[in-house]
Structure formats: structure tokens, C-alpha cells
Design a protein around this ligand. Structure first.
Ligand code: ADP
Ligand code: ASP
Ligand code: MG
Length: 418
């Protein structure tokens, strides 16, 4: 008998009919002889709708504590309904909120990290042959405050619960049937990956691939959780995320990710002085503003220029922080640009294959698009570009790296694979 954690995302439980279908799927798994813990997200667009509602009442900066109180109701609704749907099919089921499930988080509203899970109640219910249904995306602080884990965080709940109860398998059921070489909604000929390594998946998730929450992948890697992404709607084989995945012959880039909500800020005419970069980026960090790619241009007439990319959501706050530094840093002016995107290629084979990044730059420039910023690591290259032709860029890169399902995978030495 295996212990399986099954996680269902919002679109999989979008309405009563889908909820019933998911219940059937769970009961099927139970009747195969498994013990099942189910983690579920809020139905359909519930979380977005609740955010809209809060904006109508409290504008763009609602109190973070109340926001978590509001958003967690979405998942609470789902667990109760799903437990009812399972019981309708003749199996015992019991729903739990995050705090009932013993999920402890740090005291940060909106994007708390799970610190500990005390799964006693879950284990007791499993002993009683119940199907256990846990609300995703939420937890409780040491002081009894309700928190959320950040958008898409139900994946993380599932993996963390799987680690805590030492489940044999954690299955992420979603609206696509696995992890693809890129978002299959953008590239119709995207290739489904049979396997992907934790490291590559972590890069893809961090770089914007919504199919898995980055912290879920981090937690799976750390705890060696057996993780599979598969479809809620079909029985197709999914994608296994594991320590070391077999690479298809000749495939150097295994995936392409994008992040649509990118902005750039440039600080011009910064007087040459030690500690200037530190002053700017410490002040941003203090306000918990994540900065991504940082570029410092050469010094001309004792003045430097700093540019950095960040999430479009944080631009206004970042500009305010920088403006407050004007008397200290003494820069000439600040400019900003929104509506940018970050496109990234990821592949464990990149490190040993020359010319992979060059091919990315060539492909983008052949489309007549200029590249604003670049960053690289051993297994990824990212370019920040204007957002207008994102789909064309992703498609062109997908073809250029031989990832289209109808293309022949190139084989041979590194020079052939450039
Ligand atoms: P859920 O509600 O089940 O959590 P999400 O919307 O969070 O589902 O994630 C699934 C979506 O991720 C897919 O519908 C797809 O558009 C998107 N996606 C982005 N990149 C990829 C990728 N490389 N492979 C598969 N899906 C991807
Ligand atoms: N309901 C939350 C969200 O929409 C959490 C999740 O779906 O994973 O972000
Ligand atoms: Mg998701």
C-alpha cells in the first residue's frame, strides 16, 4: 500500500462538475489500494476575484493580515466541497485547513515560508482510513496568525506535506499533462518532457514557468520527494521531476521560460564614490524589493550609471526608495520602463556546450528585436526585451534549439549543436 499526496490546482476544480470529476479520480486512486492525502487550491479564479474585491474596498494596498484572512477562504471552500464530493462516492473523507493540518509558517503575510509541519491529525485520519483533504497555500504562525504562501503556493503545501508524512509519491494534477519544453499554450509544438532534473525545473519555475511553484521544487529537491506533474483530465503519463534526468540525445536546452511582468530602472549620473551601489541596493532590500539583473556601465567623467530589472509590481515603490536616497547618493536623474519581459533558456547541458547563449542572441536579433539586459548562469541564459513580440521570440527560440515536436533532434559534437 502506497501513501500518495495528490494536488489539484484551481482550474481542475473550477466548478461543481470538475470538482466531482476530481473526486472520482481520487476515489479511483484510493481503490487501487493507496492511502491518499489531497491538497487543493481555490476554485477557478476565486483568488483573483477576492483580490479584485479587496481592491474595490481598500485600493491597491490592503492590510496584509486581512488580505491573508480573505484569500485563505478560497481554499477553505474547496476542501469542504471536495470532501463532500468524495463522500458522495462512498469513501470516508475529512477536510482540514492549513492550521488544522499543523502547517507552521514564518510570520510574514502574503509570502510566508513553511517552517514546520506537525502532521499528527493527518496521520490519525489516515489511520482511520479517511481520505485526507488539506487546504493549499496557507499556514499559521507561532502566534496563531493565518498566513498565505504566495501565488501558486498550493504546490508547495503538497510537497511539504509529502515530505512531512514521508509519502511515496507527490502528484501535481493540473490543466496540462506534464512539464513541457515551454508553455504549451504559447507554442503548439512544445515537447512534453518525460523527466526533468530538480535543478532544471527549479530554474524554469524561478524564471516564470507557472506549472510548478519554485518553492515546491526547492522543497522536493531538499527532501528527495518523488514528484510527478500530470493531467487532471486525462490518464496520460506525466513528467517526473527527479535528481538526475536522462537528457534526450543532442538536446542542450531543455526548456524556455518567460516572465511577463518585468520593468527596468536606470539611475543616471551617479558620482563616483565607493559604497554607492551598496547604498542603493541595501535600501531596496530593506523594503523587500527583489532586484534581478544589475548592470553598471563604465565610469565617464567620474559618473556611473546603474540599471536593474525588477518585477513590474514593485516599480512605484522602488522609485520612491531611490528618490529618498537622492540627498545621500547625489545622482542626476532616474528613468524607468515597464512592459518588458524576461525570456530564458534552461538546460543542464549548456555548461559544456559552447555557443548556446550566442545562438539565443542571434535568434532574437534576427527578429529585429534589441536585447536590453542579459544574465547567465551555468544552466540558464536570460534576456530582457520589450514585451510586444514575446510569442514570436519564444517560438523562434523553440525552433532554433531543436525543441519543436516535429523537428529532428540534432545529434553530433558540440559544434553541431551550437
Ligand atoms: P494550477 O491551477 O493547476 O496550479 P497553473 O496555472 O498554476 O495550474 O499552472 C499550469 C499552467 O502552467 C499551464 O496551463 C501552462 O499554461 C503553464 N506553463 C508555463 N510553462 C509551462 C511548461 N514549461 N510546461 C507546462 N505548463 C507550463
Ligand atoms: N489559490 C492560490 C493562487 O491562486 C494558490 C494556488 O492556486 O496554488 O495563487
Ligand atoms: Mg499553480
Amino acid at each position: 500500500m502506497s501513501l500518495v499526496v495528490m494536488k489539484f490546482g484551481g482550474s481542475s476544480v473550477g466548478d461543481a462538475e470538475r470538482m466531482k470529476r476530481v473526486a472520482t479520480r481520487i476515489v479511483e486512486r484510493k481503490r487501487e489500494g493507496n492511502r491518499c492525502v489531497v491538497v487543493v487550491s481555490a476554485m477557478g479564479d476565486t483568488t483573483d476575484d477576492l483580490i479584485d474585491l479587496s481592491r474595490q474596498i481598500a485600493g491597491s494596498t490592503p492590510p496584509a493580515r486581512e488580505m491573508d484572512m480573505l484569500l485563505t477562504t478560497g481554499e477553505q471552500m474547496s476542501v469542504a466541497l471536495l470532501a463532500m464530493a468524495i463522500r458522495e462516492l462512498g469513501e470516508e473523507a475529512m477536510s482540514f485547513t492549513g492550521w488544522q493540518a499543523g502547517i507552521r509558517t514564518e510570520a510574514v503575510h502574503g509570502k510566508a515560508r513553511i517552517q514546520e509541519i506537525r502532521p499528527d491529525r493527518l496521520l490519525k485520519a489516515l489511520e482511520e482510513d479517511q481520505i485526507v483533504v488539506v487546504a493549499g497555500f496557507q499556514g499559521l504562525t507561532e502566534d496563531g496568525e493565518i498566513t498565505t504562501l504566495g501565488r501558486g503556493g498550493s504546490d508547495t503545501t503538497a510537497v511539504a506535506v509529502a515530505a512531512a508524512i514521508q509519502a511515496d509519491l507527490c502528484e501535481i494534477y493540473t490543466d496540462v499533462d506534464g512539464v513541457y519544453s515551454t508553455d504549451p499554450r504559447i507554442v503548439k509544438v512544445a515537447r512534453k518532457l518525460k523527466e526533468i532534473s530538480y535543478d532544471e525545473m527549479l530554474e524554469l519555475a524561478n524564471l516564470g514557468a507557472a506549472v510548478l511553484h519554485p518553492r515546491a521544487v526547492e522543497c522536493a529537491k531538499h527532501n528527495k520527494v518523488n514528484l510527478v506533474v500530470r493531467s487532471s483530465f486525462t490518464h496520460n503519463e506525466g513528467t517526473t521531476v527527479k535528481e538526475e534526468a536522462i537528457m534526450e540525445q543532442g538536446i542542450v536546452v531543455s526548456g524556455i521560460a518567460y516572465d511577463k511582468n518585468i520593468a527596468r530602472i536606470s539611475i543616471l549620473g551617479v558620482p563616483e564614490r565607493t559604497g554607492q551601489l551598496a547604498a542603493v541596493f541595501s535600501a531596496l532590500a530593506k523594503e523587500k524589493i527583489d532586484v534581478d539583473i544589475i548592470v553598471q556601465s563604465g565610469i565617464v567623467e567620474s559618473q556611473a550609471e546603474f540599471s536593474f530589472s525588477l518585477s513590474g509590481t514593485d516599480v512605484e515603490r522602488a522609485l520612491q526608495v531611490i528618490e529618498n536616497l537622492r540627498p545621500v547618493v547625489g545622482f542626476r536623474s532616474v528613468t524607468s520602463e515597464t512592459g518588458l519581459v524576461k525570456v530564458s533558456i534552461v538546460g543542464a547541458g549548456m555548461v559544456s556546450t559552447p555557443g548556446v547563449a550566442a545562438k539565443m542572441f542571434e535568434t532574437i536579433s534576427e527578429l529585429g528585436i534589441s536585447i536590453n539586459m542579459v544574465s547567465t548562469s551555468e544552466i540558464k541564459t536570460s534576456c530582457v526585451i520589450s514585451g510586444e513580440r514575446l510569442h514570436d521570440v519564444i517560438q523562434a527560440l523553440h525552433t532554433a534549439y531543436g525543441l519543436d515536436t516535429d523537428s529532428t533532434v540534432f545529434v553530433g559534437g558540440p559544434s553541431d549543436r551550437r
